[in-house]
Design a protein around this ligand. Structure first.
Ligand SMILES: [Zn+2]
Length: 97
């Protein structure tokens, strides 16, 4: 374990700006051209985008990246729509668990 992991690393929700422990937030991992995936376990490589595990933030982010402007914010292009579908499916499972 690296020294910097011993603290309580915090991340910021890209939807509402709330800061929380990175394990409390939903991580979305990926990079431009390689595709994006929800990463609730925080194990995937790539750049991380963090969201509160709340309907408003999860659904708001999915809705945002379905639009060209929203997807362009993270250089997702058309991958934004595919990611939005994956996030919606994950959220449905999560909230029906
Ligand atoms: Zn949030």
């Amino acid at each position: 374990m690296r020294l910097k992991d011993l603290g309580r690393p915090e991340r910021t929700c890209v939807q509402c700006g709330n800061r929380d422990g990175k394990r409390s937030l939903l991580r979305v991992a990926g990079k431009a051209g390689a595709g994006w995936e929800p990463d609730p376990e925080g194990r995937r490589p790539g750049r991380g985008i963090y969201l509160c595990r709340k309907a408003g933030c999860v659904e708001g982010f999915a809705k945002r990246i379905r639009t060209p402007k929203g997807a362009a914010r993270w250089r997702m292009g058309t991958e934004g729509t595919a990611l939005a579908d994956k996030i919606s499916a994950w959220w449905t499972l999560e909230t029906n668990a």
